[in-house]
Design a binder for this molecule. Structure first.
Ligand SMILES: Cc1cc2nc3c(=O)[nH]c(=O)nc-3n(C[C@H](O)[C@H](O)[C@H](O)COP(=O)(O)O)c2cc1C
Length: 324
């Protein structure tokens, strides 16, 4: 039903990807997305060793025989052990794609190419998309300011980023940031993307490990309830607007150093918060799309609704155009 350069490249039914989410993407979520016809991506930030990553990938393989990916982030503020070793492990264990983000080098691109898996590099700036193409990646994902995780420092939104990148590179383009339903999906394709990457929407699903308190808080939340933090470290993250986020911003405004901020932003606190449901004890990445999220569906329901909704939207648009 769907055929784009991304479905062809990744061997998946729908061009819908769940981006790697540190502490949130686990085998169950990844497999659920892949089983529903999209591509799930595990995040290596969850693991303290190659063996832990290997075990989780093996678990994915017991849950699905569909293609899945592994995310390796090069964001400087995320503490990750031996990224190259983790890439090798993901390739050895049969990942179909590696999604990288942050600053990668030609050596990383070559390493992934040698493993004969597809390389998606996620960027937040037009110029980084061009660099990724020059380095030889297979596809580029571009995210806008709305996104959960790492938005662009220059605050350019998805609506502007996607057509700019689609015009600038010959590679397949994946759009991310603020997409949560069929409308965002069709809009992204209309802007020139070959597929979409979503994080926040998949985080608020039945299969997601995040605590019910977090899911309830997101459902209650409005589009204004996220805020970018860590701008002062040039490693910006969009997070839930809670007490910790407010404190981090206040400290940044006072010129706090990374060392001073670490106790508030530590990954252990984030993980504990997702799992235990205390929404005021850590910075919790999520995107503005929380304003559009009103329920906790299954992953399959999210994907099926996007696909069937896309058809309805196209019919509506066709009628509108023909009526003119
Ligand atoms: C909780 C959470 C954790 C994330 N962790 C990572 C990560 O480890 N590596 C990465 O490249 N992107 C990460 N992201 C970004 C997502 O993969 C994806 O690009 C983003 O969520 C898309 O924007 P959306 O949230 O508006 O859908 C994270 C996003 C969220 C919400």
């Amino acid at each position: 039903m769907f055929k784009t350069r991304i479905t062809e490249m990744l061997g998946i039914e729908y061009p819908i990807i769940c981006g790697g989410m540190q502490y949130v993407s686990n085998a169950e979520l990844v497999a659920a997305v892949s089983n529903a016809g999209g591509m799930g991506i595990l995040a290596v930030g969850n693991f303290g060793s190659k063996e832990e990553l290997r075990d989780e990938i093996r678990k994915i393989k017991t849950l699905t025989d569909k293609p899945f990916g592994v995310n390796v982030t090069f964001m400087p503020t995320l503490r990750i052990i031996d990224r190259e070793g983790l890439i090798d492990t993901a390739i050895e264990e049969g990942a179909s794609a590696i999604e990288t983000s942050g600053r990668i080098t030609e050596a990383h691109v070559q390493r992934i190419k040698k493993g004969k898996v597809k390389h998606i590099h996620k960027v937040a700036r037009l110029r980084d998309a061009r660099t990724a193409e020059r380095l030889g990646v297979d596809a580029v994902a571009i995210v806008g300011f709305e996104c959960g995780g790492a938005p662009p420092m220059d605050e350019i939104t998805t609506f502007i980023q996607v057509p700019l990148v689609a015009d600038a590179v010959n590679l397949p383009v994946i759009a991310g940031g603020g997409i949560g339903d069929a409308r965002g999906f069709v809009a992204a394709l209309a802007l020139g993307a070959d597929g979409v990457v979503m994080g926040t929407r998949f985080m608020i699903t039945k299969e997601s490990l995040v605590h019910q308190n977090v899911k309830d808080a997101v459902i209650r939340a409005k589009e204004t309830d996220t805020v970018p933090v860590l701008r002062s470290l040039r490693s910006m993250e969009r997070v839930f607007k809670n007490e910790v986020a407010r404190k981090v911003i206040e400290m940044e405004n006072r010129g706090a150093t990374l060392d001073e901020l670490v106790p508030l932003i530590s990954g252990d606190k984030v993980r504990a918060s997702w799992e235990k449901g205390d929404i005021n004890s850590a910075i919790l990445p999520c995107g503005q799309v929380i304003g559009l999220i009103n329920e906790v569906p299954t992953v399959k329901e999210v994907i099926d609704d996007m696909v069937s909704g896309a058809e309805d939207i196209l019919n509506r648009l066709t009628r509108m155009i023909r009526a003119g």
